[in-house]
Design a protein around this ligand. Structure first.
Ligand code: C2E
Ligand code: CA
Ligand code: CA
Length: 762
């Protein structure tokens, strides 16, 4: 409900004014006895009209949901009918000035229909029940509660009227009964509503209007004619005041209602029924009869208590369960150290915001955190991160969502559309000018800001912010920079990447792409090279040319390489199983020098083969010359691999210094001619001495390989002319964008099935 839809007070004031005037008149009348009693017929129709006007106004101007509209329309009908009924009575009353004309039938019928309309409105209020089981349980509960409440109200309200010495007219009894039923129904219904389109307290007030019937009954029993006058003038109009108040509550209703479902009500009702039961025990019963009744009452009482205890227990268990679910959910979406939302939650929220409109993110990276962590220890580092999180929380305030992305990387998703990223960034940087955490450390941060319109891919926005953040670092740190188009993507330093590689490996951000190795003449795929790919969460796909050197310098190439090896073997075995043993001959992962130094490397290869079931002779390890020339330990490993049947390929062949002599000392099976010898090989006649030399190397390599019984693969073939020239020179296998690009495993699978269908059309 927006601010311009204000709840009007005038209807409440009007209905209350009429009721107050009626009360005043009644007091004067009883004290002085002046004036005709017929005045008592006026307040109720007037007050009912006031309540009806209030509902009408609500229906006209308030933004209501369809169920609420339905409810209030019925209430309008109810107030209208009751008002009409009592207007008819008033007219009859003024015609026939004897103090108490019996209620004319049409009047009673109208008022009764009004009560029924109100009850129907109550019945139709949605409860928001989820399952059929729950529906049944609630119906039972509500039936018990309704009967319990109803019995009590009947006993104290209706029964005395029905059995009174001077009998009351049927109309009066029926109307009383209906109003009490409305009260019982209202109480039972409201107890089960947790929120929803119709305001709970509005419902409660409407239900209470029926309770005025109980007061009326009391007055009628004890007051005689005077009671009837009081009822007309004072009590019944009060029901309209309650109605007007209910309308006002509905105006102030905010959709997210709360409140506990009154599952306790049936128990209370069961116990309550005992009260009239005891009251109606006739005097002439024997002691034995009384004992039986007392025992029954006691049993129902105890069962009620028992049920109530069980109910409390269940409620507690449910609350526990909900709490532990919430905790699990919290743990999954928050960072354990700082308590900030984590990367997963950040991405979810950012995606949602980008669906709706613009989104601005700040990437906050601590400058030189690694130095602090390494020199002062992890404990100090952890405390610092917690302090940084506190700063971010404080400085972001209600403008956005601060998160920890991992390591010393934080981010802020700006959620307040009026807040400026720059302002938040400056506040954060200002907060960092003083010492932080109990260790009084000075840190600085670099902040990258980027904004993107709705529909921008999330990773694109994050990459922009990342680029801006690196630009901030380059500007001398402790700086913020907003991304603008054309800002160059900087090459990250090894140290920065190294820190992230470990996380990325654990987070499963790496995949393997496969580039076909092809028989150039026939176009048939004979093998694949396995190439690592890093799908970075903020920077998108990062090239291995960028992260492999970082992985090597940090040593992470060992676990990363092991993973690539195992993944390649697994995928290779899967393809052989699907497409048959002739589908592919070579599966070639790249192996770094650092891996060859790892004493476990050979056994890693063995277990990768054993676990996948890939035959050893299908595995081709691609090694560079420089990796191979690393002393006796590496040599021994290579010979052991050779002995296992694994083939070794010399990668980037021709670029090293000792390529030829290497072939004697090394059990290679395949030579991969480096791309630099393929570049320009098609130019005819050869343009420069340099090009001549390249061709000469390409020719020499293939002849040498032939002489030594090795396979050759020409790398980096980018056009048909190069392919033709290589065929002329004697190459049969090639690899390159012209033949096929590296691709994800799924695409490779498709390619293989197309090839199978071509070879053996069924
Ligand atoms: P590489 O072993 O020489 O792999 C061939 C590279 O050339 C691949 O780049 C491939 O995509 C690219 N390439 C293939 N055909 C063409 C072409 O026609 N034109 C051009 N311009 N390039 C072509 P990528 O995938 O970026 O890999 C770069 C290097 O990263 C690889 O060079 C390899 O040394 C290293 N690398 C990749 N994956 C791994 C790995 O799992 N472990 C290790 N240790 N190194 C890897
Ligand atoms: Ca390679
Ligand atoms: Ca290569």
């Amino acid at each position: 409900m927006t601010a311009d839809h204000r709840a009007p007070l005038r209807h409440v004031v009007a209905t209350f004014g009429v009721t107050a005037a009626g009360t005043l008149w009644y007091v004067l009348w009883t004290v002085t006895g002046i004036g005709p009693a017929t005045v008592s017929y006026l307040p109720l129709p007037l007050a009912a009209a006031g309540a009806a006007a209030a509902v009408l106004d609500l229906l006209r101007r308030a933004p209501l949901t369809p169920p609420a509209v339905r409810f209030w329309r019925l209430m309008l009908v109810a107030f209208g009918l009751v008002g009409a009924g009592y207007t008819v009575l008033a007219v009859a009353g003024f015609r026939d000035t004897s103090i108490l004309p019996p209620m004319p039938l049409p009047a009673a019928a109208l008022a009764g229909a009004g009560f029924l309309a109100a009850m129907w409105a109550m019945v139709r209020v949605p409860l928001g029940i989820a399952s059929p089981g729950e529906r049944w349980r609630q119906w039972l509960d509500r039936a018990i509660a309704f009967l319990g409440c109803g019995t009590v109200l009947f006993h104290f309200g209706l029964a005395p009227v029905m059995t009174a010495a001077t009998p009351w007219s049927t109309q009066t009894v029926v109307l009383l009964g209906l109003s009490l039923a409305l009260a019982a129904g209202g109480i039972t219904k409201v107890a089960y509503i947790r929120g929803g389109p119709i305001d709970r307290s509005a419902l409660r007030l409407i239900g209470s209007t029926g309770l005025t019937g109980a007061v009326v009954a009391l007055l009628l029993i004890h007051g005689g004619d005077a009671g009837s006058v009081a009822d007309q003038a004072v009590v019944m109009p009060f029901a309209a005041v309650l109605g007007a108040l209910a309308v006002r509550r509905q105006w102030q209703h905010t959709a997210a209602g709360r409140g506990r479902a009154g599952a306790w009500l049936p128990y209370l009702a069961v116990a309550a029924v005992d009260v009239p039961l005891i009251a109606v025990i006739p005097d002439e019963l024997t002691t034995a009869d009384r004992l039986v009744i007392a025992a029954s009452v006691l049993v129902t009482g105890l069962v009620t208590v028992r049920q109530f205890v069980a109910f409390r227990e269940n409620a507690r268990l449910l609350a526990d369960k909900r709490a532990s679910q919430e905790r699990l959910e919290h743990d999954a979406t928050h960072d354990g150290l700082t308590g900030l939302p984590n990367r997963a939650l950040f991405r979810r929220r950012l995606a949602a915001q980008l669906d709706r409109g613009d989104a601005t993110v700040l990437l906050v990276d601590l400058d030189d955190f690694k130095t602090i962590n390494d020199s002062l220890g992890h404990d100090v580092g952890d405390h610092l991160l917690i302090a940084v999180a506190a700063v971010l929380r404080r400085e972001t305030g209600t403008d956005g969502l601060p998160v920890r992305l991992g390591g010393d990387e934080f981010a802020v998703l700006v959620t307040d559309p009026t807040a400026l990223g720059e302002t938040i960034a400056q506040r954060v940087l200002d907060a960092f000018t003083g010492p932080l955490s109990e260790h009084r450390l000075l840190v600085h941060a670099s902040v990258g800001i980027a904004t993107a319109p709705a529909g921008t891919p999330l990773d694109r926005l994050l990459r922009d912010a990342d680029v801006a953040m690196y630009a901030a670092k380059q500007r001398g740190k402790a700086n913020w920079v907003r991304y603008h188009d054309g800002m160059a993507q900087p090459v990250a330093s090894h140290a920065q990447l190294g820190g992230e590689l470990r996380r990325a490996l654990d987070a499963g951000e790496f995949t393997v792409h496969y580039q076909p190795i092809i028989a150039i003449r026939t176009g048939r795929i004979v093998g694949v090279e396995a190439l690592a790919r890093w799908q970075h969460p903020t920077r998108g796909m990062i090239s291995p040319a960028e992260f492999i050197p970082a992985a090597e310098s940090t040593g992470l190439i060992v676990p990363l390489g092991r993973w690539v090896l195992r993944e390649t073997c697994r995928q290779a075995a899967a393809w052989l199983a699907e497409f048959g043993p002739d589908a592919l001959q070579k599966f070639g992962p790249n192996v770094s020098a650092r891996q060859l130094h790892d004493p476990d490397f050979v056994s890693d290869v063995q277990s990768a083969l054993a676990d996948s079931g890939l035959p050893a002779n299908r595995l081709v390890l691609e090694l560079t010359e420089s990796a191979v020339l690393r002393g006796p330990q590496v040599s021994r490993a290579l010979f052991r691999l050779h002995a296992l049947g694994v083939r070794l390929a010399l990668d980037d062949f021709g670029t090293g210094e000792s390529s030829l002599s290497l072939l004697r000392a090394f059990p290679a099976a395949i030579i991969k001619l480096d791309k630099s010898f393929v570049d320009g090989i098609e130019l005819d006649p050869p343009g420069s001495p340099e090009a001549d030399a390249r061709q000469a190397v390409a020719r020499a390599v293939v002849q040498l390989a032939l002489a030594l019984g090795l396979d050759t693969v020409a790398e980096g073939i980018e056009n048909a002319a190069q392919a033709d020239r290589l065929i002329e020179l004697g190459y049969s296998l090639g690899q390159g964008y012209h033949l096929a690009r590296p691709m994800p495993a799924t695409e490779m699978t498709q390619l293989l099935s197309t090839q199978r269908d071509l070879v053996s059309p069924s």
